[in-house]
Design a protein around this ligand. Structure first.
Ligand SMILES: *Cc1c(COP(=O)(O)O)cnc(C)c1O
Length: 339
């Protein structure tokens, strides 16, 4: 089976850079959705705990439950409660969902500051507060998400301004409604690193922690290191001659006598098939030959083990996608080892 290694030193290096920005480790909420961006949710949660991270963000209740023991605070982004835990907070994404939350649930209200994906409009805040009070929920925070923080446009400023208005409105209303002081957060990785003087209550950081944040040149941040490497083991090898063809459809053409190894990684593991269409090469410059099969890929190599990629930013270019998608495609069944 193909396997993954996780470089803990690189992870801690990335967390150091992030903590420097948030000015406190306690303000980092590590995003662990989708199996921690393919890194392995339990492996990543355990490393994060060792570093001193106290907060996590997940998508589902199941994910929250699986990492409950590692953190003091967990925010569920995408589901209505199916289990109760003092540590878990749930997101209100829609004003009409408020009555579905069980009484006593700790909730955070998502504000639509311009992305128009989830959240309530700024002029719905007051009616949302009323419903929250009626439903007897504990409102702890207001948050939003940026649609273009990683692009060199003014949209980030525009959404920030919208959220500022929401914050002011909510802070006043919270007093009126007798709610406790609210916490506020809006930054993902890119937004955090655009902010020169971060002053919110936490930042929800994913891709930067995994060392694969990509920003336009003008916003570039030095020092991040990817932590995930994917390796594959040789299943078999053969000598081939000029004119022979490798794999489905015979796409891999042999131009001179060579030894071709067949390795145990394929699209079934998350090594995206489209990579083969764009001349995939490993970090050591080893050429992929022909199409990627479900559990196999052939390379111009006879090594026992090859490194398929160690930087999802580079590998994702072959798939014409972003590192997020390549990483999230890596199947949970692949063995992950922390180095
Ligand atoms: C995924 C996600 C994040 C993390 O984004 P990165 O770009 O990986 O830092 C933050 N907030 C929300 C709501 C998300 O869905």
């Amino acid at each position: 089976m193909a396997y993954i290694t996780l470089n803990k030193n690189n992870f801690f290096n990335n967390l150091d850079i992030i903590a420097n920005r948030t000015k406190s480790v306690d303000k980092i909420a590590l995003v662990l959705k989708d199996n921690a961006y393919g890194h392995g949710i339990l492996e990543t949660a355990s490393m994060a705990q060792e570093y001193g991270i106290k907060k996590a963000v997940v998508c589902s209740c199941k994910e929250a439950q699986s990492v409950e023991r590692f953190f003091d605070y967990i925010l569920v982004l995408g589901e209505i409660p199916t289990f109760k835990s003092d540590k878990v907070r749930y997101t209100i994404n829609d004003i009409n969902s408020i009555e579905k939350f069980p009484q006593g649930t700790k909730v955070e209200l998502k504000i639509d500051s311009g992305m128009h994906r989830n959240g309530i409009a700024i002029d719905e805040i007051e009616s949302a507060f009323l419903k929250i009070k009626e439903a007897k929920l504990f409102l702890e925070a207001l948050f939003t998400h940026h649609r273009s923080a990683d692009e060199l446009t003014s949209e980030w400023f525009w959404q920030k301004e919208n959220f500022k208005i929401a914050k002011q409105k909510a802070a006043l209303l919270a007093k009126e409604f007798g709610f406790d002081a609210l916490r506020f957060h809006s930054s993902n990785s890119a937004a955090l690193f655009r902010e020169s003087d971060f002053d919110e209550d936490m930042a929800r950081v994913g891709i930067a922690a995994y060392g694969c944040m990509e920003l336009p040149k003008a916003l570039h941040v030095e020092g991040f290191k990817p932590i995930l490497s994917l390796f594959a083991k040789k299943i078999s090898s053969r000598k081939l001659n000029r004119g022979d063809r490798v794999g489905y459809g015979g796409d891999g053409e042999i131009v001179k006598e060579c030894v071709v190894g067949n390795y145990d990684v394929g699209y079934g593991d998350g090594f995206l098939r489209v990579c083969a269409e764009n001349g995939y090469k490993t970090p050591q410059g080893i050429e992929l030959l022909g199409r990627i099969s479900m559990d196999n890929s052939s390379f111009l190599s006879n090594e026992k083990t090859i490194l398929v990629f160690d930087d999802a930013r580079v590998a994702s270019k072959y798939a014409k996608t972003i590192s997020y998608e390549l990483l999230a495609s890596l199947k949970p069944s692949i063995k992950r080892e922390v180095l």
